[in-house]
Design a binder for this molecule. Structure first.
Ligand code: RTP
Ligand code: MG
Length: 156
């Protein structure tokens, strides 16, 4: 008979500048752990324009892009790699819809309903696919995915 491997997955979470300035970091981390994720690694960074432009490159032609860059560079962010079975989809479910104003009505228990304000200021980010998660994790933590082999080698 065939065996079914249930593998854990990694995703990238960010507490955006409004989440940090609103003092939501510890509440969000509590929800993360309470929901069965483990925090693999974390970093607090004040992103510059180039970093945000590269990170959100898929939105570079959109009308809201300049405003998004201004928002994301307005203060420090907390970047975390979360691990869990089905982490990517489950983190997206936990944060709720992009528009925090709508989230407060349709998904009142979501993180964006708790700490977001509107379509832009929505306090958290989550990778939206396996491809995005791999790209975003290696963007901020280049040693985590590919460099793991080097660490194992050093340990032998
Ligand atoms: P994220 O990438 O940050 O997890 O958010 P998302 O997938 O829910 O939404 P996405 O479409 O990827 O948009 C990225 C971020 O850009 C800002 N935004 N502003 N004013 C607008 O029309 C608008 N639309 C999006 C939000 O901060 C959104 O999270
Ligand atoms: Mg997105």
């Amino acid at each position: 008979s065939r065996s079914l491997a249930i593998e854990s997955e990694l995703t990238l979470a960010i507490v955006k500048p409004d989440g940090i300035s609103g003092n939501y970091s510890s509440s969000i981390m509590h929800i993360i752990l309470q929901s069965g994720f483990t925090i693999q690694t974390q970093a607090t960074l004040h992103l510059d324009e180039h970093t945000v432009t590269t990170f959100y490159a898929e939105h570079s032609t959109k009308s809201f892009f300049p405003s998004l860059v201004k928002y994301m560079t307005s203060g420090p962010v907390l970047i975390m790699v979360l691990e869990k079975v089905n982490a990517i989809a489950d983190w997206r479910t936990l944060i709720g819809p992009t528009d925090a104003r709508k989230a407060k009505i349709t998904h009142p228990d979501s993180i964006r309903a708790m700490c977001g304000e509107d379509l832009e200021r929505n306090c958290v980010h989550g990778s939206d696919s396996r491809e995005s998660a791999a790209r975003e994790i290696s963007f901020f933590f280049p040693n985590l995915l590919s460099g793991g082999t080097t660490l194992k080698h050093d340990e032998l």
